[in-house]
Design a protein around this ligand. Sequence first.
Ligand code: FAD
Ligand code: FES
Length: 275
Amino acid sequence: MNDNFYVPQQAIISEIIVENSVVNTYRVVLTDLDSSSAMQTMLAGQFVMVSVPHCGEAPISLSSLATPESATFNLTVRKSGQLTDSLHELCCGDTIGVRGPYGQPFDLHEMVGKSPLFIAGGIGIAPLRPVIEHCSDNRSSFGKVALLYGCKNATEFCFKNDLNRWQQAGITCQLTVDQAEQDWAGEVGLVTHHLTAQTIANHDQFYVCGPGVMIRFVIERLEQLGVKREQIVTTLERHMKCGVGVCGHCHLEEKLVCVDGPVFRGTNLPKLTKL
Ligand SMILES: Cc1cc2nc3c(=O)[nH]c(=O)nc-3n(C[C@H](O)[C@H](O)[C@H](O)COP(=O)(O)OP(=O)(O)OC[C@H]3O[C@@H](n4cnc5c(N)ncnc54)[C@H](O)[C@@H]3O)c2cc1C
Ligand code: FES
């Protein structure tokens, strides 16, 4: 393995799952044995810097984690610019660069015995997926577990098979769309609209992931309902260059999202107006 951490490790795309017209999940496997052992410490909530030669580099959350048994992990990518557009051009067998994992993870130990409500908007479900999987795999270690997941329309929901599996494992999954089409039988309205005293009843931890504006309004709504900041955990996004606290590109007030985050506890959040 190269000692310079700016040099990416090589990973091969082994599978591409089309989530919707603009989001793919890439199952990737690290190519050399040293690299794979370096990736064994991946934790839920962390991200990797992903690169394609001549197309740039961008932070992408781990939507599944490599384990000591397997150097394979998932990246769920929305087509939104130079790097992500080029990723969407790739096929199985193509190689990408990966460095990391970086950033503060979710604290899974602190969750034991608690009743988490996961609140996700759009691609914000990606960093939450390993945490929800953890709850699903260890269901008896938690109290009430629920997911409130909002997208613009029904075609945008990611991880559709997982949603069914989680529901069967005893995780309540409530899906809502901003705009309903004719064949949509689920909920309609922004996630904030569905945050009521009844929805949050018996939950004691709130995990919020999505666009900055959604995070801001969800936290405001939770606080109106009496939830305390220390019960809220969120992930923030900022444009990044180095990913390791050197360049200052990702600053948000006095915080650097790449090293102080991307997972932030409510009490440690920069001002909501800046999200
Ligand atoms: C910790 C973290 C985890 C993330 N996880 C995921 C994930 O799992 N999946 C996913 O799809 N995305 C994820 N993102 C978002 C992703 O990294 C960004 O969308 C990234 O910009 C995509 O790179 P790109 O080269 O494709 O797009 P870019 O070329 O960077 O363009 C994306 C958009 O940002 C604008 N932009 C470009 N540079 C700047 C700048 N300096 N300041 C403001 N706006 C700018 C562009 O105009 C465009 O609208 C994550 C971001 C962070 C910080
Ligand atoms: S991306 Fe360079 S300091 Fe965060």
